[in-house]
Design a protein around this ligand. Structure first.
Ligand code: HPA
Length: 266
């Protein structure tokens, strides 16, 4: 067991989380829904990356939502901060060691499906790794050859879509394509991404999903569509724009996840 996992066990000996959630840019407010919350700064967890992007707090929140015991990572480290796809490995490994069977990842993303406006939610059903790297590079043994079919658990996806439809939220399923960033894509890259079958583009998530599959966890992913991809509208893109536009979709993601966890995670 890693030092970070041991530290959490010692602090909260009776806490056995089932689901881990990573909150993306602009989604930090979800943490307020956690009941009986204990907060632990990444600074106190050996091996954890420091979250360096505005809007990412850099702490874990342990507690419950309804029937589900959860551990929430408020803030993630990105490949573009370090040039290292393994930067979230200690975090995902810690979730696994504490007993989580499922990882739910959230992110802010650019939408490519012009039938859906910014403020909508994409439930990720697959991804394209366009960054030509893997967080498993350097791992040993046959376990590193992880199958990635149905990486986004079909049963959880169906439940999340049912909740979104019931709540009348703008949600659709689609493929998330990972670009390293930190620059935004060019309009030509967005046209390419569309041609390749992506419906959202973003700068995170894929390394964590690969790691979670490596550790044998089920995965779900939700994208908060804060803008249309470059060239699909007149907006000029920036991190400030992402943060300013994040509220609407973040509320919808919080509604979906709250309902999912309250009923009891699958
Ligand atoms: N591209 C990449 N990442 C993003 C975007 C985008 O358009 N919007 C929010 N995160």
């Amino acid at each position: 067991m890693s030092k970070a996992s041991k530290h959490i066990r010692e602090l909260l000996p009776d806490f056995s989380p089932e689901v881990a959630i990573i909150l993306g840019s602009g989604l930090g407010g979800f943490a307020e829904l956690v009941e009986n919350a204990t907060k632990i700064s990444y600074r106190d967890l050996k091996g954890f990356p420091q979250a360096g992007v505005a809007g990412h707090a850099g702490q874990l929140i342990c507690g419950t939502i309804g029937k589900t015991k959860i551990i929430v990572a408020q803030g993630r480290a990105h490949f573009y901060e370090h040039g290292d796809a393994t930067v979230m490995d200690p975090v995902i490994k810690c979730f696994k060691q504490l007993g989580c069977h499922t990882l739910i990842v959230t992110n802010a993303a650019g939408g490519l499906n012009t039938d859906y406006n910014p403020g909508s939610v994409m439930i990720i059903n697959d991804h394209i790794n366009f960054s030509a790297t893997s967080p498993l590079i350097g791992k040993e043994g046959n376990e590193r050859f992880v199958g990635m079919a149905d990486a986004y658990d079909p049963t959880i996806r169906e439940r999340l879509m049912t909740i979104a439809e019931y709540e009348n939220l703008d949600a659709y399923e689609g493929v998330y394509m990972w670009f390293t960033g930190p620059h935004f894509e060019t309009p030509a890259e967005i046209r390419m991404a569309k041609m390749l079958g992506a419906e959202a583009v973003g700068m995170s998530t894929v390394p964590e999903v690969i790691l979670a599959r490596f550790y044998g966890m089920k995965v779900a992913g939700l994208s908060n569509i804060t803008n249309l991809g470059a060239g699909l509208s007149d907006e000029s893109l920036s991190h400030e724009h992402t943060m300013a536009m994040a509220g609407k979709g973040a509320k919808k993601i919080a509604t979906i996840l709250k309902a999912y966890l309250t009923e009891g995670a699958l």
